[in-house]
Each structure stands twice: as C-alpha cells, then as structure tokens.
Design a protein around this ligand. Structure first.
Ligand code: PRP
Length: 205
C-alpha cells in the first residue's frame, strides 16, 4: 500500500486527470465531499493536505509520497525530496512593480512576497540588501498602495499583473508540481514506488 499526501485545490484538480490517464480509478476523489482520507484501490491511498504541510507528513513517515508545488518545496528548503516533475501547475516567479521602478536605486528596497526565503536568495545572489515584508495573499496590492517598492510573486496567465498595471522586471525560477518521496519509503517500498512513478511518467504531458 502506498499513501500519498496530495495538495488540496488546484494541484489536486490537475493531478486527478494524470492518475486517470494512468488508468487509476479516481471516483473516491470525485465523490470525496469533506473526506480527507481517500483509498483509491487496494494499493493506493490519498490524503488531502495543505501544500505547506506535505513535507511535514512526509518527514514523519506517515505518507510515502507527496504532490506539491516546487514553490512550496523551495521556500521550505526541501528540494531534496523531489522525484518527478509532473509538469502541471506551471508558472513563473517574477519580480514586478509599477512603471519607473529601479532595482539599482540607492535606497534600501522594500519587497513584498509570500516567499521570503526565495526572495532573500534572489537578492542575496545579486548582492543587494533588501527589506522583505511577508504578505499572505493579494501580493500585487503592495506596490500599488505604497507598502513596498516591488514584489516577488508567481504569475501564471499574467492577468493579475496586467489588470493591476504591474510590469515584470525580472524572471526567476519556473514553478511546477512535483512528486516528492520519503527517502526511507523509497528504500523500503522501492519496487512499488518505482512502478508507480514509471506509470505516471508515461502519462505526464
Ligand atoms: C497567485 C499569485 C498571483 C496570481 C497569479 O495567487 O500569487 O496573485 O495567482 O495568477 P495569474 O498570473 O494567472 O493572474 P493566488 O490565486 O494563489 O491567490 P492569492 O492572491 O490569495 O495569493
């Protein structure tokens, strides 16, 4: 039996079609209502969690695998668990601001983001010392109302940036959904995990 921690919401919605293409019956997920533990068949069980919690379940060994965005993994510093890029949920980290923003301005820049670690790494690599303000959502608002000079955020379609007249000043890393694995589970259930990942690999678009 393999147990997977699946990120609820968008990641979940895009993972179900991949499972189905691979011939796995996802009726239990479609009819889940408020259920959080969903056995799909005798050999596969899904638990639904918040993206930020996937690695917590993985680390404690209560799940063998997880499905989570690379943005979350990189922000948490957990890139070592990645096994497979599922090529869904593809988007891009960007540095954005209003027209006239100057990265090399002499004053210390204030940057708004949901991703302080990724932001710190980005500016650190540029040798720039910035003040980071952590924002939980609607990050695009920050430079518009003067809370910050710019933002580091994710863009998918670009709609939010466009509709709020924000410009992209730099592109950082690509983001996508990843399959992660507990290293101990990979040793103990190697055959089952490899069989499952090889099956998924065939159907990744
Ligand atoms: C994400 C991201 C952007 C938006 C970008 O936010 O932080 O705000 O999506 O998507 P777009 O380029 O397709 O417009 P999310 O929808 O997760 O909500 P949030 O604003 O509450 O963080």
């Amino acid at each position: 039996m393999l147990r997977i921690a699946l990120t609820k919401g968008r990641v979940e919605e895009q993972f179900i079609p991949l499972l189905e293409r691979a011939g796995i019956d996802c009726t239990a997920l479609h009819n889940k209502k408020r259920k959080l533990i969903l056995p799909l068949n005798e050999s596969l069980e899904v638990i639904l969690v918040k993206g930020d919690d996937v690695v917590t379940y993985l680390n404690r060994g209560v799940v063998d695998m997880g499905v989570v965005g690379s943005d979350v993994l990189h922000e948490q510093g957990h890139r070592q668990y990645e096994l497979l890029d599922l090529n869904t949920g593809v988007c891009q980290f960007i540095l954005a601001s209003t027209e006239g923003f100057d990265l090399q301005k002499s004053k210390r820049l204030v940057i708004g983001t949901k991703y302080p670690r990724i932001t710190q790494d980005y500016f650190g690599q540029k040798g720039l010392d910035v003040e980071i303000i952590e924002i939980k959502g609607s990050v695009e608002l920050a430079p518009l109302v003067g809370l910050t000079d710019a933002i580091v955020d994710i863009t998918e379609t670009g709609t939010t940036l466009r509709e709020n007249h924000l410009l992209i000043y730099d592109r950082l890393e690509r983001v996508s959904t990843r399959l992660v694995v507990n290293p101990l589970a990979l040793k103990q259930k190697k055959k089952d995990i490899l069989q499952f990942t090889n099956l998924l690999k065939k159907y990744i678009k």
